[in-house]
Design a protein around this ligand. Structure first.
Ligand SMILES: C[S@@+](CC[C@H](N)C(=O)[O-])C[C@H]1O[C@@H](n2cnc3c(N)ncnc32)[C@H](O)[C@@H]1O
Length: 196
């Protein structure tokens, strides 16, 4: 994440300016999930609001995966923060959230089913193609991915490093015929994917 473009906040999150926190909270309140998995947690903004919904529901658990200080993508201008920062930010929900420092790629093999999956790994079309097909048949309710708008596909690092656009990946992925998706446009945008 390019910190210089983000608000001065403990969350360092592109989700914060357009208040996607309430989106994550509402999703959990409406769908009443038991098991939520998040791939890419960083300082914990989305995790906080997912957990806030679970706490209000009175049930459910959030399993978070991130490499935190072990994430090495400085060549793209990304760096993450330490796991202990996320722990501090999420202390209030420590009984609802499990934080796991591990590579998110392949972690689908640890699950048979989940209710909601949130994918926020500095997404591009190629990363999503490694993640979402492996999960889609295990997800009972929704896959939520960061991105999906044309504006998000044009952010500086997507262009500079010739990253595969998310919008095109969504169009291609939906050709399998058994999924539908909806993109919420305010930056950075999120896309909800579900089985028909
Ligand atoms: C955009 S940030 C997540 C933001 C967070 N969801 C929020 O609400 O602000 C992306 C995170 O993905 C993590 N990440 C990227 N690739 C990863 C991988 N293969 N395995 C685990 N974590 C990864 C980075 O360490 C970084 O913390």
């Amino acid at each position: 994440m390019l910190k210089q473009n983000l608000p001065d906040s403990p969350w360092y999150s592109s989700y914060e300016p357009n208040n996607y926190g309430d989106f994550f909270y509402s999703l959990v309140r409406v769908y009443q999930p038991e098991t939520v998995v998040e791939l890419g947690t960083e300082a914990g903004f989305s995790a906080y609001h997912l957990a806030r919904g679970l706490r209000t529901n009175g049930k459910g658990h959030l399993y978070c995966y991130d490499l935190w200080e072990k994430y090495d993508a400085q060549k793209y201008g990304f760096y993450s923060i330490s796991k202990s920062t996320a722990e501090d930010n999420l202390r209030e929900y420590k009984n609802t959230i499990g934080l796991n420092l591990t590579n998110a790629i392949g972690i689908d093999r640890a699950y048979q089913t989940v209710d909601i999956l949130h994918v926020d790994l500095h997404n591009d079309g190629e990363i999503l193609n490694r993640i979402v097909p492996a999960w889609i048949d295990k997800v009972r309710q929704l896959v939520v991915i960061e991105g999906g708008s044309a504006e998000r596909d044009r952010v500086e690092w997507m262009i500079k490093f010739n990253k595969a656009p998310i919008k095109k990946w969504l169009e291609d992925f939906s050709r399998r015929g058994d999924i539908e998706y909806l993109t919420l446009e305010p930056f950075p945008s999120v896309t909800i994917i579900r089985k028909k």
